[in-house]
Ligand binder design. Sequence first.
Ligand code: ADP
Length: 395
Amino acid sequence: MSGHVLVINAGSSSLKYSLVDAKTGEAAATGLVERIGEEQSHHVHHGPSGSYDDEQAVADHEAALEAAVQAFETHGPALGDVDIVAVGHRVVHGGDRFAAPALVDDELIAAVTELVPLAPLHNPANLEGIEVARRLLPDLPHVAVFDTAFHQTLPPYAYTYAVPTAWQEEYGIRRYGFHGTSHSFVSGQAAALLGRSVEDVNLIVLHLGNGCSATAVRGGRSVDTSMGLTPLEGLVMGTRSGDLDPAIHGLLARVAGRSAEETDRALNSESGLKGLTGVNDFREVSRRRAAGDERAQLAFDVYCYRLKKYIGAYYAVLGTVDAIVFTAGVGQHSAEVRAAAVSGLEGLGIHLDPARNADPTDNIASTDDSPVAVLVIPTNEEWEIARQALDVVGG
Ligand code: ADP
């Protein structure tokens, strides 16, 4: 096997990995170690000779990667039998220093460490993954692929908050955007589906997973995106509020004595669908809504209304739109969200075909004569990370 990239996505208590053929996107093996550091961790590995599932304790990220390497040996493919050209690491925040993927060296590690205040939940875990992988796989080139990089093309008027200028200079307070690998991948797929070059199309890409973001893509370049300084801004998400009045922080401090940390945590982990219904899983919200639950109905309406507002805003940003692209768990699987998000937008040239929307197996949910196509495209962030890593190492 040749031209493979070992893609690593290290979270605070998890390590997800995938051995991907960078040319075809085919995964020779995938795996996940969860609940790292807890008494009972969970390791699942899917390889060519079957799946492996284990519940032994995994103390830290180093032990997790060792377990992954071992799983490759026992359940395949043995890493020694594969021509691995690079290890590709997902890094959430690259600030304004990284507009492209980059080879990991000590300087990069220092730069990503400096960005920790901007992404305290993500960058430390990503760094941990990089350091462990460099120790265990020292002979391979390691490449950092940033969630923020795709959005470094935003113009200043789109990324600047109207706050004292010194805040940006001193603290890096500006909009960065996230989910860049997904938006970039899906944009390329959408252009191919339209039979056009990505440079020639304008797209509104809606990544609706647990985290949700919308991006306006002009000619393959991100010109606006809904997430901001952190992934909290923008659309309603599984547990995040998305847009709100920043005065809420101050009000909760004054009337409820809540600290900044408490409110931050509530807005990131206890809000969104979870805040409105008690559950963050969209399928459960759908089930409850279908059963007549009023809170689930309201959550659905808030979610889709926000989505529609962003479609309208990005239509205005782009001027002309070739396609609206839905991706990730909800975007791909919820016909009702797609229908609600574009309902009443026929005047903008967006015509959904109800039958196609219910079963978009050919990736198209709009009518043949809809001036704006509505597309449903699976994302593949691992493949995009593998491709970008291969580019960096000159494959
Ligand atoms: P992540 O952001 O963690 O990668 P996913 O892209 O897998 O997440 O999206 C997870 C979300 O997708 C969950 O809210 C889940 O309920 C939702 N989802 C998955 N399948 C369906 C489905 N068939 N219908 C509606 N929502 C779905």
